[in-house]
Design a protein around this ligand. Structure first.
Ligand SMILES: Cc1cc2nc3c(=O)[nH]c(=O)nc-3n(C[C@H](O)[C@H](O)[C@H](O)COP(=O)(O)OP(=O)(O)OC[C@H]3O[C@@H](n4cnc5c(N)ncnc54)[C@H](O)[C@@H]3O)c2cc1C
Length: 420
């Protein structure tokens, strides 16, 4: 079958790889000059089956109202964005009911765990080379009640194969000496030793190169403008360079997916939610972290890989405003410094690279993976804050569904039809 994939980010490239492995003739069309240059460029780097819980946990409404318009808050809802996200917002609130949130969390941990297994298998089989680490993630807390809540959460997801270790303050610092300076403010941590972290952009580029070597065709600098059907079945793409015919189409265009699908009369609920990262060189930093660290209270995550410490955070519901807000970018660095007091000095000495991206977020936190109502048109998009964690599992699931093969996971929680 000739399969066309739109989008060369984590989702599109992982799908292309598994589609080719299933024997298809695969072409990837990407408007940028190479792979992984949009949302997959400089994300937090965490591959974390331990953090599958959607943002809309019970209580999110009060949190959003509390943070409304506050420039330095981890969640920022800009009033101007509200009119454009009413339908999405209603579904987002509906999914914050305790039972819905629990079901969504369990669906996501299943996909995340499957994804980690597939990622490791891919590395073992191909020797794929990109900077990564597998020392796990340490989630730190400043109060015992938060530790207790996290342990209850860890127990809920442990049956999916996510081990955890509860550490008191001393054991936390012994495992991660980078936290010694803030030991007095720590109550303890929950360590998830199986989690990984790594450079998503480098992974995407390396997998694109490998896929090309295995016969996938890449068409960069080419923008898809239209999708043609014939008798209700996918027929071809119209791009700024011509027409490409195919037997099946996979749309893997993150937050740009609703626009593309609307041409076919299809609605998909994905909202852009802006985030920031800062990358600070590790050069000469003896006390740098050895593993992924998440401070849940401060809503900040960090991980060391590829010669930098990557710090990421903040969620800004601001609609389609991709520009960098200097104050919010600097706030990520300042929040990181609250966890690692040496970070600011390290940034001053060696520089810092800021980046911003739009997370493609669905109202229930699960990506949309599977067929649409239009025969031959499939989607793999809406991975929100976990697109790196879901990349290989999501790509494999999309490829299996397109190929008509029995998927490794129940596809129902990821079906587009769940919102209709
Ligand atoms: C600040 C931040 C931190 C994050 N941290 C983490 C983390 O620690 N762990 C984690 O798991 N996830 C994280 N994420 C989420 C993750 O980065 C995303 O979910 C993931 O990158 C989405 O990948 P994608 O392939 O779906 O989208 P993208 O990488 O954006 O790829 C989509 C591609 O489609 C192309 N495209 C769009 N329209 C067209 C068109 N018409 N024609 C041709 N091409 C088109 C775009 O150019 C783009 O390259 C983070 C995200 C952000 C913003």
């Amino acid at each position: 079958m000739r399969v066309l994939v739109i989008g060369a980010g984590l989702s599109g490239i992982a799908s292309a790889w598994y589609l080719r492995a299933a024997g298809h003739d695969v072409t990837v069309i990407e408007r940028r000059e190479g792979p992984g240059l949009e949302t997959s460029f400089a994300n937090g780097g965490l591959v974390v089956p331990s953090q599958p819980d959607p943002w809309n946990a019970p209580g999110i409404v009060a949190k959003l109202i509390r943070y409304l318009g506050k420039e330095d808050s981890p969640f920022l809802l800009r009033p101007a964005a509200i009119p454009g996200m009413i339908g999405w917002g209603i579904r987002f609130l509906r999914n914050s009911r305790p039972e819905a949130w629990r079901c969504n969390t369990l669906a996501c941990v299943g996909l995340a765990q499957n994804s980690l297994v597939n990622l490791r298998q891919l590395r073992a089989q191909t020797g794929l080379d990109y900077p990564f680490g597998s020392n796990g993630t340490m989630k730190i807390f400043h109060g015992q009640s938060q530790i207790d809540a996290q342990v209850a959460f860890a127990r809920m997801i442990a049956p999916f194969g996510v081990p955890y270790v509860v550490l008191d303050r001393d054991a936390t610092v012994a495992r991660e000496p980078a936290l010694a300076q803030i030991a007095g403010r720590l109550a303890g941590s929950v360590l998830y030793p199986d989690d990984e972290y790594g450079d998503a952009r480098a992974f995407t580029a390396a997998l694109a190169t490998l896929s090309a070597a295995h016969g996938v065709t890449f068409r960069y600098d080419e923008t898809v403008a239209g999708i043609e059907t014939d008798g209700g079945t996918f027929a071809a793409l119209r791009t700024d360079r011509g027409r490409i015919a195919g037997d099946a189409l996979l749309v893997a265009t993150a937050a740009w997916t609703p626009d593309l699908l609307s041409q076919l009369g299809l609605r998909i609920w994905i909202n852009p939610v802006k985030g920031y990262s800062a990358s600070v060189p590790l050069d000469g930093w003896n006390g740098a972290p050895r593993m992924g660290i998440i401070d849940d209270g401060l809503k900040i995550a960090m991980a060391p890989f590829g010669g930098v410490l990557r710090i990421a955070g903040t969620a800004e519901f601001a609609g389609w405003r991709p520009e960098m807000n200097e104050r919010r970018a600097r706030n990520v660095l300042a929040t990181g410094t609250a966890v690692l007091p040496d970070l600011d000095g390290q940034a001053a000495r060696h520089g810092v690279r800021f980046w911003t991206g739009l997370r493609p977020v669905t109202p229930d936190g699960s990506p949309c993976i599977g067929p649409t109502r239009v025969k031959g048109v499939f989607v793999n998009a809406g991975h929100g804050p976990l697109g790196w964690t879901f990349a290989c599992g999501g790509g494999k699931l999309a490829a299996d569904l397109i190929s008509g093969m029995q998927p490794e996971l129940d596809p129902a929680p990821f079906a587009l039809a769940r919102f209709s």
